[in-house]
Design a protein around this ligand. Structure first.
Ligand SMILES: [Zn+2]
Length: 330
């Protein structure tokens, strides 16, 4: 095992603490989309599980719902680092082997997958009673929704029906699989946040006070290049053991497509993706901050001109808020 200095650069951190949108089995939820998503390219790193020097196998259903089972190597989750490649290069070539060790390995051998997009956005989750109606008094939470390419495509469909998603209530669930966060998504014709000025104010304040700015860090781990290489070496070594040992390079090159095709890769993990462009210029927060200062009459109540006021000007501000949303949707 290599030695290492106590250097901050070697910390395996890069994770941010955040509340995430996660549904339990059969659970439903209602959320408000309040900003456009960010995305980051990530590598989903897995390796064969080795116990007592032997690879572990598991049975799983064959693809295509044939009902047949097949025995495959059980895979351990190694990590989900953010791809170190250049975004332009990845979007053009699918990977960036010159800047990212995982991409370089993916180019050479499919024991490592090319990067995939993983998406993230802050959403407002309404506090609901069991019957799906709002709890009283009105309450909500700002959480991060991370999702994969497949869900992004689902949301594109919903967005088409609603001419955009920002400002739209989505009804989620019931959740089919907690592990894969598999649940139907429907746009609602009614938006709870619009109920009255009070709900608008609470939603806005909850979002502004609790949103995660660094969404990219919720998509994958920011990993030092050397740590990424270390993880990749461990993947190569595990596959070398699976293939009966021998010298590392010939063995790993043999793993090739056979190893990957038989590997157990849960779909929800393998199609994970996305980037974080920090695209808050499109977010409601940015728009709110752009809002005109409140009229002089209530300046003393809203010194920064961004908070909704509690008296007459509130109605005007609330309307501006809606106008801003409308603008967002256009
Ligand atoms: Zn990469």
């Amino acid at each position: 095992m290599p030695q290492i200095d106590f250097d901050p650069a070697h910390k395996k951190n890069g994770f941010v603490e955040f509340d995430k949108l996660k549904l339990k089995k059969d659970e439903r939820a209602r959320i408000l989309v309040i900003e456009k998503p960010t995305y980051a390219y990530v590598h989903d790193l897995r390796k064969p599980k080795i116990i007592d020097g032997q690879p572990v196998k598991v049975w799983r259903d064959k693809r295509g719902n044939s009902g047949e089972k097949e025995e495959v190597y059980d895979l351990d989750f190694v990590g989900r680092p953010l791809c170190l490649g250049d975004l332009t290069v990845i979007e053009e070539k699918g990977l960036d082997e010159n800047n990212c060790p995982a991409c370089a390995r993916a180019r050479k051998n499919d024991d490592v997958d090319p990067p995939t997009r993983r998406f993230a956005m802050n959403v407002i989750k309404y506090a609901l009673r069991a019957d799906g109606t709002l709890v009283q008094p009105f309450s909500c939470q700002c959480v991060v929704w991370n999702f994969t390419e497949k869900k992004f495509n689902d949301l594109v469909g919903v967005a088409a029906e609603h001419e955009g998603l920002v400002g739209v209530d989505l009804v989620l669930g019931p959740c089919v699989s907690e592990t894969f966060q598999n649940f139907p998504i429907q746009g609602s014709p009614r938006h709870f946040w619009k109920n009255n000025e009070e709900t608008q104010r609470i939603v806005k304040e909850t979002y502004e006070a609790n949103r995660i700015a660094d969404l990219e860090a919720t998509c994958g781990r920011r990993q030092d290049k050397r740590f990424m290489e270390y993880d990749i070496d461990s993947i190569i070594e595990a596959w070398r053991i699976v293939n009966g040992g021998g010298s590392p390079e010939p063995a790993t090159s043999l793993v090739g497509s056979e190893g990957k095709a038989s590997a157990y890769r849960p779909m929800a993990m393998s199609d994970s993706s996305s980037v974080g462009s920090g695209n808050f210029g499109d977010s409601m927060a940015a728009l709110v901050n752009d809002a005109k200062p409140a009229p002089a009459a209530d300046t003393k109540d809203t010194p920064n001109g961004t908070a909704l006021t509690h008296n007459e000007p509130a109605a005007a501000d609330a309307m501006n808020f809606e106008d801003l949303l409308n603008r967002l949707n256009n």
